[in-house]
Design a protein around this ligand. Structure first.
Ligand code: KIV
Length: 263
């Protein structure tokens, strides 16, 4: 089974980590059998499954429901589950909700969107045996604070702040970092500075691994596909082949290309 130790040793060996989201048992089985290392039950389910216009309405009950379904198809991969909006706004609340995601949902690692402000929460979860992935850069739960879904860390001050946040969250004990929509050079610098594995989405090819929303990589997300995503189904003929070709492209570093990257 893939554990945080396995991800750390992959980083040390320079082997890329392949991750995709899933929200149900059938897709989880396809991903698991194809050899995806991390299956993420993302709160993106609010948008791609529930049809909401952001991830903000997603609840802990929603996450438990989908996580439990995914867990039943997940035999080998690490199961990472998002803590939804406001579910980790205080340390006691974070612990109660993380416990639900692990005990009822089967999560191996919980993911929360953070800056250095979440250090105390991360420390408290880790001290109680909850492995944490800290999601930095574009944090969709903060869309109204950030003023939209925008690339983060573009100017020198913002880049410096992101490096400091990543370091602070690693110091608090975060086992994995996830960087969304940051310039590739900045993502490369953060990846080189921290010992925790860094999984990127729209963060260039130098992160330790890549993640995509499953429906983006199958070309079924309604509307315009994000720049960092690629439709792997169009040339593959089946979902299983599309997932295999995504994993291969991540491992041999042919995805992402500059076309999927921000400068
Ligand atoms: O919710 C999600 O699917 C995510 C990915 C965008 C990484 O956090």
């Amino acid at each position: 089974m893939v554990t945080v130790r396995v991800l750390r040793s992959m980083k040390e060996r320079g082997e890329k980590i392949a991750s995709l989201t899933a929200y149900d048992a059938s897709f989880a089985t396809v991903l698991d059998e194809a050899g995806v290392e991390v299956i993420l039950v993302g709160d993106s389910l609010g948008m791609v499954v529930q049809g909401r216009d952001s991830t903000i309405p997603v609840t802990v009950d929603d996450m438990v429901y989908h996580s439990r379904a995914v867990a039943s198809g997940c035999k080998h991969a690490m199961l990472m589950v998002d803590m939804p909006f406001m579910s980790y706004s205080a340390i006691d609340r974070a612990l109660v909700n993380a416990a639900r995601l692990m005990q009822e949902g089967g999560a191996h690692v919980v993911k929360l969107e953070g800056t250095a402000n979440q250090q105390e929460v991360v420390r408290h979860l880790e001290a109680n045996g909850v492995p944490v992935c800290a999601h930095l850069g574009l944090r969709p739960q903060f869309v109204h604070k950030l003023g939209g879904y925008r690339v983060q860390g573009r100017d020198t001050k913002a880049a410096r702040a992101l490096i400091d946040d990543a370091q602070a969250l690693e110091d608090a004990g975060a086992d994995v970092l996830l960087l969304e929509c940051v310039p590739s050079a900045l993502a490369a610098e953060i990846t080189a500075r921290v010992s925790a594995p860094v999984i990127g989405i729209g963060a260039g090819r130098d992160c330790d691994g890549q993640v995509l929303v499953l429906y983006d990589m199958l070309g079924v997300t309604p509307g315009r596909r994000p720049r960092f995503a690629k439709d792997f189904l169009v040339d593959s003929g089946s979902v299983a082949n599309a997932v295999a070709s995504y994993i291969k492209a991540v491992k041999d570093r042919t995805f992402p290309t500059s076309e999927h990257t921000f400068q």
